[in-house]
Design a protein around this ligand. Structure first.
Ligand SMILES: NC(=O)c1ccc[n+]([C@@H]2O[C@H](COP(=O)([O-])OP(=O)(O)OC[C@H]3O[C@@H](n4cnc5c(N)ncnc54)[C@H](O)[C@@H]3O)[C@@H](O)[C@H]2O)c1
Length: 386
């Protein structure tokens, strides 16, 4: 039996919705005939929602959709549409999600799921009261590198985990020298910008799904590029942080550091580097790959090596040979597609979901705690909420 599920895609013309959620997730799911649940073939029926009719038409035609709208009230009043997905600008999210819940739609959302923990809890209560399903996009845990890291944790490769470092970022041009690769709203407080709220939701689930609960933290932010030029060529003052650091203490006794920055020139093999040190071994994952060094392969370093072993070694990476790449036989599936598969299974087949809206609020909690710590210049503990 074939069954349609109607999905409203809000923010359809945006970078993340048009690429990862449509082109790399829903389009391939639809092209492969849908998702199989028991005897039912579930086929998504997508309506694109946005502000600009021309842009919506362009995306619809390029990706093979026939329905789009610029009228949120109109699509929300359509009973044949069951799910409201939000990947529009962050500042509009809470009001769009509330509207969707009031119209009886299940909700699925990009991060950050709300602008504060309290606001998130209000939305969660509203969804629960109406018996609606909810989910949050937590894609990075499904990337091949973090999956390999998680497998090593589950296999006990590390022994006692003592330390981690998570480094992320690239250079985002300010718009003067070269166009910015990220929309200007990301650099304005009024539109939900700022790196803590933008990226630390990812770091919460990536760290906690791998290493368990975070106990407390101290953090600091900074605005590295103070002026930028927007899409219309207008100069504006950046009033949010674009460069962040945090030290975290874990419930397990391990501790770690996050360095996350849009003013970072990448050297090495990836824009993300998540390194876990255990007594028995260390692993470093990027988005795709993961390398390990066990006790046996750990070199006996006796101090600073100013010259290197040979000229050849100085030019290559002196310590790279002591690392072994983790192989995986798992076929690659786009991480956002896996998020959609989990969420649709939850809505249609009552399958439990880890990345529900509540988990999304915990992601927001880390961002909020970092900002509190930065403002007050003190350690902040992460208590659980009801
Ligand atoms: N999971 C991830 O890895 C990931 C990556 C990037 C972005 N995101 C999230 O997705 C959302 C969209 O990010 P993006 O990078 O696609 O942004 P984008 O600027 O490319 O797209 C923003 C979308 O919001 C719409 N919009 C509505 N009101 C707007 C307003 N007042 N100003 C500007 N745009 C407005 C735009 O039309 C557009 O469709 C954000 O909440 C962001 O945090 C998640």
């Amino acid at each position: 039996m074939q069954k349609d599920i109607g999905i409203i895609m809000n923010g359809a013309t945006g970078r993340i919705c048009s690429t990862q959620h449509l082109a790399n997730s829903l389009v391939p799911i639809m092209k492969s005939g849908g998702l199989q649940f028991q005897n039912t073939e579930l086929v998504p029926r997508v309506v694109l929602l946005g502000r600009d009719d021309k842009k919506l038409r362009r995306i619809a035609e390029a990706q093979g959709f026939s329905d789009w709208s610029t009228d949120i009230d109109h699509v929300l009043s359509d009973d044949s549409l069951h799910i409201f997905f939000d990947a529009a600008v962050t500042s509009e999210r809470p009001s769009s999600l509330k509207k969707a819940i009031e119209s009886g739609k299940h909700i699925f959302t990009e991060k950050p799921v709300a602008s504060s923990v309290n606001e998130g809890l209000d939305i969660l209560r509203l969804a629960n009261k109406s018996g609606l399903k909810h989910g949050a996009v937590e894609d990075k845990i499904y990337a091949p590198g973090p999956q390999k890291l998680l497998k090593l944790v589950n296999e006990g490769f590390f022994g006692t985990i003592v330390n981690f470092t998570l480094e992320f970022g690239w250079w985002v041009f300010d718009g003067f020298e070269r166009p910015s690769s990220r929309s200007s709203w990301n650099y304005k407080y009024s539109t939900g910008g700022g790196m803590f709220f933008d990226m630390f939701p990812h770091w919460r689930y990536l760290i906690e799904y791998t290493l368990g609960p975070i106990k407390s933290l101290v953090a600091a932010g900074q605005t590295a590029q103070k002026q930028r030029q927007d899409e219309a060529g207008k100069k504006f003052k950046v009033d949010v942080e674009d460069c962040c650091k945090a030290i975290l203490e874990m419930e397990s006794g391990a501790s770690g550091v996050i360095i996350s920055s849009w003013a970072n020139r990448v050297r090495g093999d990836d824009i993300l580097r998540f390194k876990i040190d255990g007594i028995n071994g260390t692993a470093v994952a990027g988005i795709r790959s993961c390398f390990v060094q066990s006790s046996n392969n750990t070199p006996d370093i006796t101090g600073f090596n100013f010259q290197g072993k040979t000229e050849e070694n100085v030019q290559s990476n002196l310590y790279a040979a002591d690392w072994k790449e983790v192989e995986s036989k798992e076929p690659y599936v786009n991480p956002y597609r896996l998020c959609w598969e989990d969420y649709l299974a939850h809505v249609v087949a009552e399958k439990e979901i880890r990345s529900d809206y509540r988990s999304g609020i915990k992601d927001v909690q880390l961002a909020e705690a970092c900002i509190e710590s930065w403002r007050k210049k003190k350690w902040v503990s992460l208590s659980s909420f009801n």
